[in-house]
Every structure is written in C-alpha cells, then in structure tokens.
Ligand binder design. Structure first.
Ligand code: ZN
Length: 187
C-alpha cells in the first residue's frame, strides 16, 4: 500500500474511533464521522485535491475541537504536518462562541493553503447540511446567520482552489431555500 493511502486510511479509522459516540445535530442524529468523510470526499472529488496530508487533516479536523484528542497525540500518530493543519482549523473551545466566530473571520487571511482547503470544504459541507439536513433545534434566523458568517470567513481566505470556491458560492446561493424549507416544514 502507498504511504499516502495508508495515512488516509489510518486517519479515517482514528477519527471514526474518536467520534464513535458523537452525532450530528440533524433530526436523524447522523453519526458524526459522516461529516469528516464528506469533507474528504468534497476535497478529492470536487476539488481535485490529491495531497494526502490535506485529506488526512480533513478527516481529523474536528478531533481536537470536539473530542478528547491532544495535538501531541496527532503528531505522534500522523506527523507534525497533519497535526499542524488540524490545529490551524481548530477553534479554542475555552473562548465564548461569539469570540470564536470573530476569530475565524480575523484569522482567515493568514491560513496556510492546506488549512484553507480543509476550512473551505468544512463550510461547503456545513452549508449543504444547513440547507438539506439542518440542526433541528436551530431557528431559521440562526441558520441564515450561519450562512452569512461562513461567507465572511471564506471571502477573507486566500484563493487556493477556484473549483471549491465555486462550490462554496453554489452552496451559499441556497440560503434562499431555507425560508421555503422552513415554511414547508411548519405547514
Ligand atoms: Zn467540521
């Protein structure tokens, strides 16, 4: 097996284990691992990304933020390159939510190319989920606000993959569907 494929498979297995008790916030409580897998798929299939470090970091992108995983653990298991990308896209959970959101906007211009790719795929996947399979306890306004915040972050990121930028724009354009979906849901 190639070293790249090995890295990616180990990252997928590690993330599946770390997220084994986590669920997404949608009504069906989708297993959390589906989300990092979706990022990896978007990067590879829609962005044409072939860099194994980026794909592995995408699979691991929520392990530090949302599970009991330490940076050192990722360094040991996957090397410093992968660990650094994961660290770069992780919010500091000791800060208040509003501050974390503000910092993502502020830090966007200085992100490395790999971190841009992971973050872009994350926002694409989250907007798609928000439109078709939203967090069931979120109000319509909160979902709309998420769209606008995600765009603020993406607009400030360096351009590293125009295909993914176009996919983000397509996902963002579905903001108008939120209202219709919401009304249909209420009726
Ligand atoms: Zn994510």
């Amino acid at each position: 097996m190639s070293a790249s494929l090995n890295l990616i498979l180990r990252a997928a297995a590690f993330a599946a284990h770390k997220h084994r008790d986590d669920r997404r916030k949608d009504l069906a409580a989708t297993p959390y691992i589906n989300h990092p897998l979706a990022l990896a798929q978007v990067l590879a299939e829609e962005g044409g990304v072939e860099d194994a470090v980026t794909i592995a970091a995408a699979l691991l992108h929520d392990t530090i933020e949302d599970t009991q995983t330490r940076y050192e653990e990722l360094v040991e298991a996957f090397g410093v390159e992968v660990a650094d990308v994961v660290m770069e896209v992780s919010d500091d959970k000791t800060l208040a939510a509003a501050q974390r959101k503000r910092l993502q906007v502020e830090h966007a211009p200085g992100l490395s190319s790999r971190a841009v790719l992971v973050k872009l795929a994350d926002k694409i996947c989250n907007l798609r989920d928000m439109a078709s399979n939203p967090p069931h306890q979120w109000t319509l306004q909160r979902r709309k606000d998420y769209f606008d915040w995600a765009r603020q972050v993406v607009e400030r990121m360096p351009h590293v993959n125009e295909r993914l930028r176009a996919r983000f724009d397509e996902a963002y354009a579905r903001q108008g569907e939120l209202e219709r979906g919401h009304d249909a849901h209420r009726n």
